[in-house]
Design a protein around this ligand. Sequence first.
Ligand code: HEM
Length: 481
Amino acid sequence: TIWNNLKGPWENVPPGPIFLPVLGSTLTFAMGSKDAVKFPLLVIDAMAKKYGEVMRLSMGSQHMVFLSGLKAIKEFASKEETTMRPYNETLLEMYSDGEPLGMGIGIGGERWKEQRRFSARALRDLGAGKKGMDAKILQEVVHAIEDIKNRISGTQRLTKMDQYFDLPDLNIIWGLVAGIRYEYDDPAAHQQFDYLRSFLQESTAGPMTTTPWLKYIPPFKGIYWNIRQTMDAFRVLIKSVIQDQRKTFDSEHVRGYIDKFLIEQKANRGKFFTDKDLIINCQDLFIAGSETASKTLSNCFMWLVLNPDVQLKVQEELDRVIGRERHITMDDKINLPYTDATMMEVRRISTPFPITPPRTAPMDITIQGYKIPAGVPVQMNIYSVLRGEKYFDEPDKFKPERFLNEQNKVVVPEAFIPFGYGKRRCLGENLATVSNFIFYANLLQVFSFRMIDPKNPPSTLPCGGLTYGPQPFDVRVSVRE
Ligand code: HEM
């Protein structure tokens, strides 16, 4: 009878595990692995291998669809009608005090379209991914190099490498948003990262959005309120920066995204340029852009200490093409194919955003022959492509050469989709590419990174909730001779 309930709106139902009222397939899910709560990504991926590239999964009372493989993802993501995000009360309560605002995980429709169009243009004008930003990022790298030298002095040990880039990357986003930066020992900056982490690293945040009654019972109740309070506190901070920028606004000296938005507000061009839109848009840039980029860098150094031969080859290329006398900029990237290929391989093998936030269509749609009813949340499992045998030879092995052709030029395969696909693909791809590359190449020019204890190598299992990074690890760092 349960199955029959699915007929009607769900004829030609995508396959998926059996589900019960209220609990849905949660039990099957929990039994998928003893670490199901810690690694939901791996359970979903294993289930998709069993049920297929269009999989129905019922979490709590919420029916959802997970798409795996390039064909299904492309078919879904390129449709105009799939740019909506489903309305999810609990998610919005945790994220934006219940209001469907912003340009990222909260909304779709006209409001999203306007905010996304404006933001894409603003980021481009502010130089994200261009020369102007290059120089700013390089300044941040110079700070990081000094900081690392101080930290390793006497011990050669850099602790918490899995978190090291959080503050430098927070500064990159603050630079973009308001033209400001924090010193690395400023407690206010550390507190901001604690706020962001409370949401991004919380592995029960996703389950609470699909099974909302969880938020009323301990321990979820406490976690739910903690997320709400920390996100509130983060928005209070953004609001105070906006107030300061409004007071000191000078149209001749645009400092960042906030100024761009204030100009748009004054010109009264769009329908949705309210103060609340601005606050959530800024929050979106931090939520989508800080941990994704910082965890990518931590992953780079994790894979390099596990593959010292690759690290030596990168440094050999940097020495041969650039030398040690000047910093490395984006203009150099084209002449550093091996360095670039290692970075791409890290993005492939340890993607920070492996399952995209849900999208939905306002009408029934058909994907790979299966019907998905209007309003059902659909998530794309990017990990299944980046780690899929169909697309990458020996996908679980770290092999940067896979991105180089016989002429030693970088090639980008169609299945390389760490930034998503279609009309809602990542808005910060250029910025992330520039900032990650400049950090990575310049740090390797100056330092060498080694494992603390070869008998106890860092784990390559991902760690996280919404975004994923490496498990906690320290590294041994020395200034290159
Ligand atoms: C290595 C770094 C990054 C990776 C791997 C990454 C990946 C992604 C992915 C997979 C999505 C989901 C696309 C979808 O829902 O279909 C996304 C969305 C988004 N990203 Fe990134 N991202 C990165 C860095 C950044 C940065 C630095 C920014 C901004 C400064 C940013 C801003 C956004 C925004 C605003 C969205 C939401 C777009 C929308 O819903 O229309 N991302 N990103």
